[in-house]
Design a protein around this ligand. Structure first.
Ligand SMILES: [Zn+2]
Length: 478
Protein backbone atom coordinates (compact mmCIF):
# COMPACT_ATOMS: atom_id res chain seq x y z
CA UNK A 1 0.00 0.00 0.00
CA UNK A 2 2.78 2.39 0.98
CA UNK A 3 4.80 1.41 -2.07
CA UNK A 4 1.86 2.09 -4.44
CA UNK A 5 1.27 5.48 -2.91
CA UNK A 6 4.94 6.38 -3.37
CA UNK A 7 4.90 5.40 -7.04
CA UNK A 8 1.72 7.37 -7.63
CA UNK A 9 3.23 10.47 -5.99
CA UNK A 10 6.32 10.07 -8.14
CA UNK A 11 4.21 9.80 -11.28
CA UNK A 12 2.31 12.95 -10.42
CA UNK A 13 5.53 14.82 -9.75
CA UNK A 14 6.98 13.58 -13.04
CA UNK A 15 3.84 14.56 -14.92
CA UNK A 16 3.90 18.06 -13.43
CA UNK A 17 7.56 18.34 -14.35
CA UNK A 18 6.91 17.28 -17.94
CA UNK A 19 4.07 19.76 -18.29
CA UNK A 20 6.19 22.53 -16.82
CA UNK A 21 9.09 21.58 -19.00
CA UNK A 22 6.92 21.63 -22.15
CA UNK A 23 5.53 24.99 -21.17
CA UNK A 24 8.99 26.33 -20.49
CA UNK A 25 10.29 24.93 -23.77
CA UNK A 26 7.50 26.52 -25.75
CA UNK A 27 8.13 29.80 -24.01
CA UNK A 28 11.85 29.71 -24.60
CA UNK A 29 11.76 28.64 -28.22
CA UNK A 30 9.33 31.22 -29.53
CA UNK A 31 9.36 34.97 -29.48
CA UNK A 32 6.22 36.74 -30.48
CA UNK A 33 6.92 39.84 -32.54
CA UNK A 34 3.59 41.42 -31.89
CA UNK A 35 2.27 44.86 -32.76
CA UNK A 36 4.88 45.48 -35.41
CA UNK A 37 4.39 48.40 -37.69
CA UNK A 38 4.15 46.87 -41.14
CA UNK A 39 3.89 50.16 -42.94
CA UNK A 40 6.74 50.71 -45.35
CA UNK A 41 9.36 53.07 -43.88
CA UNK A 42 12.21 54.83 -45.67
CA UNK A 43 14.86 53.17 -43.59
CA UNK A 44 15.36 49.59 -42.54
CA UNK A 45 14.11 48.85 -39.03
CA UNK A 46 15.79 46.12 -37.03
CA UNK A 47 13.87 44.27 -34.35
CA UNK A 48 15.75 41.93 -32.04
CA UNK A 49 13.66 39.63 -29.87
CA UNK A 50 10.68 41.90 -30.34
CA UNK A 51 12.54 45.10 -29.48
CA UNK A 52 13.39 47.83 -31.96
CA UNK A 53 17.17 48.42 -31.94
CA UNK A 54 18.64 51.78 -32.89
CA UNK A 55 22.03 52.02 -34.50
CA UNK A 56 24.55 54.80 -34.84
CA UNK A 57 24.62 53.74 -38.51
CA UNK A 58 21.44 52.29 -39.94
CA UNK A 59 21.30 48.85 -41.55
CA UNK A 60 21.61 49.11 -45.30
CA UNK A 61 21.01 47.02 -48.39
CA UNK A 62 24.14 46.56 -50.52
CA UNK A 63 23.93 44.32 -53.57
CA UNK A 64 20.96 42.48 -52.09
CA UNK A 65 22.66 41.90 -48.71
CA UNK A 66 21.75 43.63 -45.51
CA UNK A 67 24.73 45.02 -43.61
CA UNK A 68 24.56 46.00 -39.94
CA UNK A 69 27.09 47.81 -37.70
CA UNK A 70 29.24 45.03 -36.29
CA UNK A 71 29.93 46.32 -32.79
CA UNK A 72 26.40 47.52 -32.00
CA UNK A 73 24.93 44.24 -33.18
CA UNK A 74 27.28 42.06 -31.19
CA UNK A 75 26.82 44.11 -28.04
CA UNK A 76 23.04 43.93 -28.50
CA UNK A 77 23.21 40.13 -28.27
CA UNK A 78 25.54 40.17 -25.25
CA UNK A 79 29.07 40.16 -26.65
CA UNK A 80 31.98 42.22 -25.39
CA UNK A 81 33.78 43.74 -28.39
CA UNK A 82 37.41 44.87 -28.68
CA UNK A 83 39.01 46.31 -31.81
CA UNK A 84 42.76 46.03 -32.34
CA UNK A 85 43.71 48.55 -34.99
CA UNK A 86 47.33 47.40 -35.28
CA UNK A 87 46.38 43.83 -36.13
CA UNK A 88 43.18 44.91 -37.97
CA UNK A 89 41.18 42.42 -35.92
CA UNK A 90 38.02 42.57 -33.87
CA UNK A 91 37.42 40.18 -31.02
CA UNK A 92 33.96 39.49 -29.60
CA UNK A 93 33.46 37.39 -26.49
CA UNK A 94 30.64 36.25 -24.26
CA UNK A 95 30.40 33.46 -21.65
CA UNK A 96 30.99 30.59 -24.05
CA UNK A 97 31.86 32.03 -27.44
CA UNK A 98 34.88 33.85 -28.82
CA UNK A 99 34.78 35.28 -32.32
CA UNK A 100 37.70 36.76 -34.18
CA UNK A 101 37.05 38.94 -37.24
CA UNK A 102 39.68 40.32 -39.60
CA UNK A 103 38.83 43.64 -41.18
CA UNK A 104 38.67 43.40 -45.00
CA UNK A 105 38.36 39.62 -44.84
CA UNK A 106 35.34 37.35 -45.36
CA UNK A 107 36.64 34.90 -42.72
CA UNK A 108 35.74 34.76 -39.05
CA UNK A 109 36.85 32.28 -36.39
CA UNK A 110 34.14 31.16 -34.01
CA UNK A 111 35.51 29.13 -31.07
CA UNK A 112 38.50 28.03 -33.20
CA UNK A 113 36.28 27.11 -36.14
CA UNK A 114 36.69 29.10 -39.34
CA UNK A 115 33.49 30.50 -40.82
CA UNK A 116 33.07 32.10 -44.22
CA UNK A 117 30.97 35.26 -44.43
CA UNK A 118 29.06 35.90 -47.63
CA UNK A 119 30.75 39.31 -47.92
CA UNK A 120 33.86 40.94 -46.45
CA UNK A 121 33.66 43.14 -43.40
CA UNK A 122 33.39 46.73 -44.61
CA UNK A 123 32.84 50.21 -43.31
CA UNK A 124 35.34 52.53 -41.66
CA UNK A 125 37.23 52.72 -38.43
CA UNK A 126 34.30 54.52 -36.85
CA UNK A 127 31.79 51.84 -37.79
CA UNK A 128 32.62 48.47 -39.30
CA UNK A 129 29.72 46.69 -40.96
CA UNK A 130 29.01 42.98 -41.41
CA UNK A 131 26.44 41.03 -43.46
CA UNK A 132 23.51 40.12 -41.22
CA UNK A 133 23.62 36.56 -42.60
CA UNK A 134 26.63 35.92 -40.31
CA UNK A 135 24.27 35.77 -37.35
CA UNK A 136 22.08 33.10 -38.90
CA UNK A 137 24.82 31.15 -40.67
CA UNK A 138 27.39 31.15 -37.87
CA UNK A 139 25.55 31.89 -34.63
CA UNK A 140 22.22 30.08 -35.17
CA UNK A 141 19.91 33.10 -35.11
CA UNK A 142 16.58 33.17 -36.95
CA UNK A 143 16.25 36.04 -39.40
CA UNK A 144 13.12 37.29 -41.13
CA UNK A 145 13.30 40.00 -43.79
CA UNK A 146 9.93 41.64 -44.53
CA UNK A 147 10.87 43.54 -47.63
CA UNK A 148 7.51 45.28 -48.22
CA UNK A 149 7.82 46.80 -44.72
CA UNK A 150 11.62 47.36 -44.70
CA UNK A 151 11.62 45.32 -41.51
CA UNK A 152 14.32 42.95 -40.28
CA UNK A 153 13.51 40.58 -37.43
CA UNK A 154 16.03 38.51 -35.50
CA UNK A 155 15.84 36.08 -32.62
CA UNK A 156 17.62 33.04 -31.35
CA UNK A 157 14.14 31.56 -30.94
CA UNK A 158 11.44 30.92 -33.53
CA UNK A 159 9.99 34.20 -34.76
CA UNK A 160 6.22 34.40 -34.58
CA UNK A 161 4.45 37.37 -36.08
CA UNK A 162 0.93 38.29 -37.05
CA UNK A 163 0.55 40.04 -40.33
CA UNK A 164 -2.62 41.62 -41.70
CA UNK A 165 -4.49 39.02 -43.71
CA UNK A 166 -7.54 40.83 -45.02
CA UNK A 167 -11.16 40.71 -43.95
CA UNK A 168 -14.05 38.31 -44.08
CA UNK A 169 -16.33 38.43 -47.09
CA UNK A 170 -19.55 38.86 -45.08
CA UNK A 171 -20.70 41.52 -42.63
CA UNK A 172 -19.36 42.53 -40.12
CA UNK A 173 -16.24 42.07 -42.29
CA UNK A 174 -13.92 41.17 -39.44
CA UNK A 175 -10.32 41.87 -40.24
CA UNK A 176 -7.89 39.09 -39.45
CA UNK A 177 -4.18 38.43 -39.23
CA UNK A 178 -2.17 35.44 -40.37
CA UNK A 179 0.39 33.78 -38.21
CA UNK A 180 3.88 33.67 -39.71
CA UNK A 181 6.59 31.47 -38.17
CA UNK A 182 10.13 32.35 -39.19
CA UNK A 183 8.74 34.23 -42.16
CA UNK A 184 6.54 31.39 -43.40
CA UNK A 185 2.78 31.88 -43.48
CA UNK A 186 0.71 29.34 -41.54
CA UNK A 187 -2.99 28.59 -41.77
CA UNK A 188 -3.60 30.10 -38.33
CA UNK A 189 -5.55 33.36 -38.17
CA UNK A 190 -6.89 35.71 -35.51
CA UNK A 191 -9.34 38.60 -35.40
CA UNK A 192 -7.50 41.90 -35.12
CA UNK A 193 -10.36 43.57 -33.28
CA UNK A 194 -11.24 45.83 -36.17
CA UNK A 195 -14.08 45.53 -38.64
CA UNK A 196 -13.40 46.59 -42.16
CA UNK A 197 -14.44 50.08 -43.13
CA UNK A 198 -15.36 50.85 -46.68
CA UNK A 199 -16.86 53.67 -48.65
CA UNK A 200 -19.84 52.84 -50.81
CA UNK A 201 -21.66 54.87 -53.38
CA UNK A 202 -24.48 56.70 -51.64
CA UNK A 203 -26.23 58.63 -54.38
CA UNK A 204 -26.07 62.23 -55.40
CA UNK A 205 -27.34 65.55 -54.23
CA UNK A 206 -30.67 66.72 -55.55
CA UNK A 207 -29.44 70.14 -56.57
CA UNK A 208 -27.11 71.07 -59.40
CA UNK A 209 -24.25 70.17 -59.80
CA UNK A 210 -25.58 66.89 -58.33
CA UNK A 211 -22.44 65.91 -56.49
CA UNK A 212 -22.11 62.20 -55.94
CA UNK A 213 -21.19 61.04 -52.47
CA UNK A 214 -20.08 57.94 -50.65
CA UNK A 215 -21.16 56.62 -47.29
CA UNK A 216 -18.75 55.14 -44.78
CA UNK A 217 -19.67 51.58 -43.87
CA UNK A 218 -18.14 50.04 -40.78
CA UNK A 219 -18.51 46.31 -40.48
CA UNK A 220 -21.02 46.40 -43.35
CA UNK A 221 -23.27 48.98 -41.67
CA UNK A 222 -23.74 52.51 -42.96
CA UNK A 223 -22.66 55.40 -40.74
CA UNK A 224 -23.67 59.05 -41.02
CA UNK A 225 -20.26 59.92 -42.42
CA UNK A 226 -20.22 60.82 -46.09
CA UNK A 227 -17.71 62.21 -48.53
CA UNK A 228 -17.77 63.61 -52.05
CA UNK A 229 -16.47 61.05 -54.52
CA UNK A 230 -15.11 63.70 -56.87
CA UNK A 231 -17.77 63.14 -59.52
CA UNK A 232 -20.91 64.94 -60.40
CA UNK A 233 -23.84 62.82 -61.38
CA UNK A 234 -24.55 62.32 -65.05
CA UNK A 235 -28.17 61.77 -65.86
CA UNK A 236 -30.38 61.39 -68.89
CA UNK A 237 -33.40 63.62 -69.02
CA UNK A 238 -36.36 63.59 -71.37
CA UNK A 239 -35.55 65.89 -74.26
CA UNK A 240 -38.61 65.78 -76.48
CA UNK A 241 -39.34 63.93 -79.68
CA UNK A 242 -38.40 64.09 -83.31
CA UNK A 243 -40.55 66.16 -85.61
CA UNK A 244 -40.95 63.45 -88.24
CA UNK A 245 -42.76 60.11 -87.87
CA UNK A 246 -42.38 57.88 -85.97
CA UNK A 247 -41.61 60.78 -83.60
CA UNK A 248 -38.94 59.03 -81.58
CA UNK A 249 -38.54 60.36 -78.08
CA UNK A 250 -35.03 61.13 -76.96
CA UNK A 251 -33.12 61.94 -73.82
CA UNK A 252 -30.34 64.44 -73.30
CA UNK A 253 -27.25 63.73 -71.22
CA UNK A 254 -26.86 66.19 -68.38
CA UNK A 255 -23.50 66.48 -66.66
CA UNK A 256 -23.28 68.61 -63.52
CA UNK A 257 -26.88 69.51 -64.19
CA UNK A 258 -26.00 71.02 -67.56
CA UNK A 259 -27.28 69.74 -70.88
CA UNK A 260 -24.72 68.34 -73.31
CA UNK A 261 -25.08 67.74 -77.04
CA UNK A 262 -25.31 64.00 -76.42
CA UNK A 263 -28.72 62.42 -76.92
CA UNK A 264 -30.12 58.92 -77.05
CA UNK A 265 -33.41 57.27 -78.10
CA UNK A 266 -35.44 56.34 -75.07
CA UNK A 267 -37.08 53.39 -76.80
CA UNK A 268 -40.48 55.06 -77.11
CA UNK A 269 -42.26 56.84 -79.87
CA UNK A 270 -44.25 59.86 -78.86
CA UNK A 271 -47.85 58.83 -78.31
CA UNK A 272 -49.07 62.40 -78.09
CA UNK A 273 -48.70 62.78 -81.86
CA UNK A 274 -52.23 61.70 -82.78
CA UNK A 275 -53.71 63.12 -85.95
CA UNK A 276 -56.94 62.55 -87.85
CA UNK A 277 -56.47 62.80 -91.58
CA UNK A 278 -59.17 62.90 -94.24
CA UNK A 279 -59.36 59.46 -95.73
CA UNK A 280 -62.24 59.50 -98.22
CA UNK A 281 -65.95 58.84 -98.06
CA UNK A 282 -68.31 55.93 -97.96
CA UNK A 283 -69.50 54.43 -101.25
CA UNK A 284 -73.17 54.64 -100.34
CA UNK A 285 -75.50 57.56 -99.85
CA UNK A 286 -75.11 59.94 -97.99
CA UNK A 287 -71.40 59.45 -98.68
CA UNK A 288 -70.20 60.14 -95.20
CA UNK A 289 -66.70 61.44 -95.15
CA UNK A 290 -64.39 59.87 -92.65
CA UNK A 291 -61.01 60.48 -91.12
CA UNK A 292 -58.35 57.98 -90.18
CA UNK A 293 -56.39 58.05 -86.97
CA UNK A 294 -52.63 58.39 -87.36
CA UNK A 295 -50.26 57.83 -84.48
CA UNK A 296 -46.83 59.28 -84.97
CA UNK A 297 -47.58 59.57 -88.66
CA UNK A 298 -48.51 55.92 -89.02
CA UNK A 299 -52.05 54.99 -90.07
CA UNK A 300 -54.17 52.89 -87.72
CA UNK A 301 -57.37 50.92 -88.46
CA UNK A 302 -59.46 53.46 -86.53
CA UNK A 303 -61.70 55.85 -88.49
CA UNK A 304 -64.36 58.38 -87.57
CA UNK A 305 -67.09 60.35 -89.34
CA UNK A 306 -66.04 63.95 -90.01
CA UNK A 307 -69.60 65.15 -89.67
CA UNK A 308 -69.63 66.04 -93.37
CA UNK A 309 -71.01 64.19 -96.31
CA UNK A 310 -69.15 64.20 -99.55
CA UNK A 311 -69.94 67.42 -101.40
CA UNK A 312 -68.94 66.85 -105.00
CA UNK A 313 -72.72 66.87 -105.58
CA UNK A 314 -75.21 69.21 -104.04
CA UNK A 315 -78.27 68.60 -101.97
CA UNK A 316 -80.34 71.73 -101.64
CA UNK A 317 -83.79 71.73 -100.01
CA UNK A 318 -83.64 67.94 -100.01
CA UNK A 319 -82.98 68.06 -103.72
CA UNK A 320 -80.05 66.21 -105.16
CA UNK A 321 -78.47 68.37 -107.83
CA UNK A 322 -76.28 66.96 -110.55
CA UNK A 323 -74.86 68.99 -113.44
CA UNK A 324 -71.52 69.67 -115.07
CA UNK A 325 -70.17 71.11 -111.77
CA UNK A 326 -71.74 68.80 -109.20
CA UNK A 327 -71.18 65.12 -109.74
CA UNK A 328 -72.02 61.82 -108.11
CA UNK A 329 -69.43 59.37 -106.91
CA UNK A 330 -68.94 56.10 -108.69
CA UNK A 331 -70.44 54.16 -105.83
CA UNK A 332 -73.75 56.02 -105.86
CA UNK A 333 -76.02 53.43 -107.36
CA UNK A 334 -79.56 53.85 -106.03
CA UNK A 335 -81.48 52.42 -109.01
CA UNK A 336 -84.64 54.02 -110.27
CA UNK A 337 -86.56 56.07 -107.71
CA UNK A 338 -89.85 54.30 -106.94
CA UNK A 339 -91.39 57.66 -105.96
CA UNK A 340 -90.45 59.18 -109.31
CA UNK A 341 -91.62 56.08 -111.17
CA UNK A 342 -95.01 56.11 -109.43
CA UNK A 343 -95.40 59.78 -110.33
CA UNK A 344 -94.61 58.96 -113.94
CA UNK A 345 -97.26 56.21 -114.03
CA UNK A 346 -99.93 58.69 -112.85
CA UNK A 347 -98.78 61.17 -115.48
CA UNK A 348 -98.75 58.46 -118.16
CA UNK A 349 -102.33 57.49 -117.28
CA UNK A 350 -103.57 61.08 -117.49
CA UNK A 351 -101.79 61.54 -120.81
CA UNK A 352 -103.44 58.42 -122.12
CA UNK A 353 -106.83 59.81 -121.13
CA UNK A 354 -105.96 62.81 -123.24
CA UNK A 355 -105.23 60.46 -126.12
CA UNK A 356 -101.44 60.66 -125.82
CA UNK A 357 -98.84 57.96 -125.46
CA UNK A 358 -95.80 58.54 -123.33
CA UNK A 359 -93.29 56.01 -122.18
CA UNK A 360 -89.87 55.86 -120.60
CA UNK A 361 -87.13 54.99 -123.04
CA UNK A 362 -84.26 55.56 -120.63
CA UNK A 363 -84.33 55.77 -116.82
CA UNK A 364 -81.70 55.00 -114.26
CA UNK A 365 -78.12 54.66 -115.46
CA UNK A 366 -75.24 53.55 -113.33
CA UNK A 367 -71.91 55.36 -113.30
CA UNK A 368 -70.31 52.62 -115.37
CA UNK A 369 -73.08 52.50 -118.00
CA UNK A 370 -72.83 56.31 -118.35
CA UNK A 371 -69.06 55.88 -118.73
CA UNK A 372 -69.66 53.52 -121.68
CA UNK A 373 -72.16 55.90 -123.29
CA UNK A 374 -69.89 58.91 -122.91
CA UNK A 375 -66.92 56.99 -124.31
CA UNK A 376 -68.93 55.85 -127.31
CA UNK A 377 -70.15 59.41 -128.00
CA UNK A 378 -66.63 60.86 -127.73
CA UNK A 379 -65.45 58.25 -130.23
CA UNK A 380 -68.30 59.15 -132.63
CA UNK A 381 -68.55 62.97 -132.20
CA UNK A 382 -65.42 64.15 -130.38
CA UNK A 383 -65.39 65.44 -126.82
CA UNK A 384 -66.54 69.09 -127.24
CA UNK A 385 -69.61 68.10 -129.26
CA UNK A 386 -70.31 65.17 -126.93
CA UNK A 387 -70.23 67.51 -123.90
CA UNK A 388 -73.22 69.44 -125.28
CA UNK A 389 -75.53 66.44 -125.07
CA UNK A 390 -73.87 63.66 -123.13
CA UNK A 391 -72.82 63.85 -119.51
CA UNK A 392 -69.51 62.62 -118.20
CA UNK A 393 -69.82 59.66 -115.84
CA UNK A 394 -70.87 61.00 -112.43
CA UNK A 395 -72.39 64.14 -114.00
CA UNK A 396 -75.49 62.45 -115.43
CA UNK A 397 -78.88 63.12 -113.86
CA UNK A 398 -79.86 59.60 -114.88
CA UNK A 399 -77.53 58.28 -112.13
CA UNK A 400 -79.82 59.91 -109.54
CA UNK A 401 -82.66 57.54 -110.51
CA UNK A 402 -84.85 60.67 -110.72
CA UNK A 403 -84.55 61.46 -114.46
CA UNK A 404 -86.29 59.90 -117.46
CA UNK A 405 -85.89 60.21 -121.21
CA UNK A 406 -89.28 59.88 -122.86
CA UNK A 407 -90.40 58.41 -126.14
CA UNK A 408 -88.06 58.88 -129.11
CA UNK A 409 -84.93 60.49 -127.86
CA UNK A 410 -84.39 62.80 -130.83
CA UNK A 411 -85.25 66.28 -132.13
CA UNK A 412 -88.39 64.96 -133.82
CA UNK A 413 -90.00 64.56 -130.37
CA UNK A 414 -90.16 68.37 -130.12
CA UNK A 415 -92.81 68.44 -132.85
CA UNK A 416 -95.16 65.95 -131.15
CA UNK A 417 -98.35 66.65 -129.17
CA UNK A 418 -96.89 64.55 -126.40
CA UNK A 419 -93.91 66.96 -126.12
CA UNK A 420 -96.22 69.98 -125.83
CA UNK A 421 -98.38 68.26 -123.22
CA UNK A 422 -95.31 67.29 -121.14
CA UNK A 423 -93.98 70.83 -121.31
CA UNK A 424 -97.26 72.27 -120.00
CA UNK A 425 -98.29 69.56 -117.50
CA UNK A 426 -95.38 67.58 -116.12
CA UNK A 427 -94.87 69.94 -113.11
CA UNK A 428 -98.27 68.79 -111.82
CA UNK A 429 -96.74 65.34 -111.36
CA UNK A 430 -93.46 66.64 -109.83
CA UNK A 431 -91.36 66.85 -113.01
CA UNK A 432 -89.58 69.61 -114.92
CA UNK A 433 -88.13 69.61 -118.41
CA UNK A 434 -84.53 69.91 -117.31
CA UNK A 435 -82.76 71.30 -120.41
CA UNK A 436 -84.96 73.97 -121.93
CA UNK A 437 -84.43 75.46 -125.38
CA UNK A 438 -83.82 79.01 -124.11
CA UNK A 439 -81.49 77.87 -121.24
CA UNK A 440 -78.84 76.05 -123.27
CA UNK A 441 -76.12 78.64 -122.45
CA UNK A 442 -76.81 78.19 -118.73
CA UNK A 443 -77.24 74.45 -118.44
CA UNK A 444 -74.47 73.75 -120.94
CA UNK A 445 -76.74 71.19 -122.65
CA UNK A 446 -78.62 71.47 -125.90
CA UNK A 447 -82.40 71.40 -125.84
CA UNK A 448 -83.62 68.02 -124.64
CA UNK A 449 -87.45 68.10 -124.58
CA UNK A 450 -87.54 64.40 -123.75
CA UNK A 451 -85.45 64.67 -120.54
CA UNK A 452 -87.55 65.25 -117.42
CA UNK A 453 -86.36 65.44 -113.85
CA UNK A 454 -88.45 64.61 -110.76
CA UNK A 455 -88.38 67.30 -108.04
CA UNK A 456 -91.68 66.57 -106.25
CA UNK A 457 -94.85 68.50 -106.99
CA UNK A 458 -94.16 71.51 -104.73
CA UNK A 459 -90.71 72.35 -106.03
CA UNK A 460 -91.49 71.41 -109.64
CA UNK A 461 -94.46 73.81 -109.55
CA UNK A 462 -92.31 76.67 -108.16
CA UNK A 463 -89.51 76.09 -110.68
CA UNK A 464 -92.03 75.84 -113.58
CA UNK A 465 -93.83 79.01 -112.56
CA UNK A 466 -90.51 80.90 -112.12
CA UNK A 467 -89.58 80.23 -115.72
CA UNK A 468 -86.03 79.57 -114.52
CA UNK A 469 -83.87 76.54 -115.05
CA UNK A 470 -82.80 74.65 -111.93
CA UNK A 471 -79.35 76.38 -111.72
CA UNK A 472 -80.98 79.80 -111.95
CA UNK A 473 -83.63 78.85 -109.42
CA UNK A 474 -81.04 77.85 -106.83
CA UNK A 475 -78.42 80.37 -107.92
CA UNK A 476 -75.71 77.76 -108.34
CA UNK A 477 -73.02 76.95 -110.86
CA UNK A 478 -74.06 74.86 -113.80
ZN1 LIG B 1 -81.77 62.18 -120.44
Amino acid sequence: MKKTKRILTLLIVMFVMVVQLNFALADENQTVFDHLNYHLTDQIRFVLDGKLISFEKLPELVNGRIFVPLQTMLEAIGFHVQTNTSTQTIQATNEDTTILFTIGSNKAVVNDKEKTLDATIGGTEQTYIIPISFFSDSLGYHLVWVQESNLLLMSKQDIEEWRYGGFEAAAPYREYENLYVNGAKTSKTRYNGINYEDWRYGGFEAAVPNKEYEILYVGGKPTVKTRYNGKNHEDWRYGGFEAAPPNREYEILFVDGKATAKTRYNGKNHVGAVEWRYDGYEAVFPFKEYERKYINGVATAETRYTGNNHTSFLILQDTLIVNKTYSLPEGYNPGESSVAHSAFLVMQKDAKAAGLTIYISSGFRSYSSQASIYKRNVAAYGQSKTDTFSAKPGNSEHQTGLAFDLNTVNDAFATTKECLWIEQNCYKYGFIVRYAKEKQSITGYQYEPWHIRYLGEALATKVFQSGLCLEEYFGIAS
